[in-house]
Design a protein around this ligand. Sequence first.
Ligand SMILES: *Cc1c(COP(=O)(O)O)cnc(C)c1O
Length: 356
Amino acid sequence: MLKYRTGLKDMPSYDVVERDWQIKVNANECNMNLPPMVEDRLMGRLSRVAFNRYPNEEYDYLCEQIADNHRLQKENVLLGNGSSEIIEKLFYCFGGTKAKKIVYLVPSFSMYSIYAKAAQAQGIEFPLNKDYSLNKEKFVAMVNEEKAGLAVICNPNNPTGTAYDLDTIEYIAANIHSNCALLIDEAYIEFYGRSAVGLLAKYPNLIVARTFSKAYGLASARVGYMLAAKEIITMIGKSYMPYHMNVLSLVTADIVYQMRHEYVPRIQMMIAERKRMTTLLDKLPGVTVYPSETNFILIKYAKAVKLNKYLEEQGIGVRSFGDKPGLKNCLRISMGLREENDTWYEAVKTFVEGRI
Ligand SMILES: *Cc1c(COP(=O)(O)O)cnc(C)c1O
């Protein structure tokens, strides 16, 4: 019998049911491919890649660009294969034994508890209020009582869409004990705008994680990054293998970042769609719509399981949460193109009005 690492057998696999959806609004992706101008530049750049060499300056170029944009230095930036890798490494580096505690919100990104297990740390769940707001005093109290080594806040929060204002983030940064790192997972920040990056200079334990997968529509390339004090970047950097970022993804993210102004209209369109769909969903009887500052909307509906099945039959893929704590009867719908949104809305409306 093979002798795997302790705990591995009980780890859940990440298996999302994917089908050839007619409308895919289940993963908070961007439903548009690269803007044509970006694609043109990228194709030219890819033809000049030195495939025979380990990536070298491409890593630094992207770090420098990101740093410049945030008025930081490149030593404040660490890239990862998606922010998933960043988060996983942070959990690994602040974990290591059952005695190390990592506090995160529930409901929030489901991978936090899995990364905590993988890091052999003790994951500690902080329950959000019923409306998914956050009691900052209680959060700080829990972090301090547990003597946590890492606290995580997803802002805006996935899958609830809830945003926590900068005063809340700063209150937490200022009041948790000095041996605890505070990670703000800003995967959806482009749709909200109020980033914690400006607080980095004041709070040396603060870490901000970002991704190219959502607003920048680059989920295929797997690129994310973290911003933090140089000492933190050096320490977390030790956990990576050499040349961990591949050059194809690096040059792709580099061009996307250089041309990020091309994405502003798209991001604004997604925000406009979110507002439009929130208003429309609000009109449906029995459907609770949670305010969102992201590119998705969470709804609660007593017959959510049946509704989800009906949508599946129509070729529409949304995200259902089953019996997950705090998410019973909830569905999360990502914003697609206007026509796609009209289509899934019609289907939801038909079901809710009992016209099927
Ligand atoms: C999508 C997502 C990520 C990870 O995205 P990557 O594709 O790995 O960069 C991280 N955190 C949250 C909350 C997300 O929703």
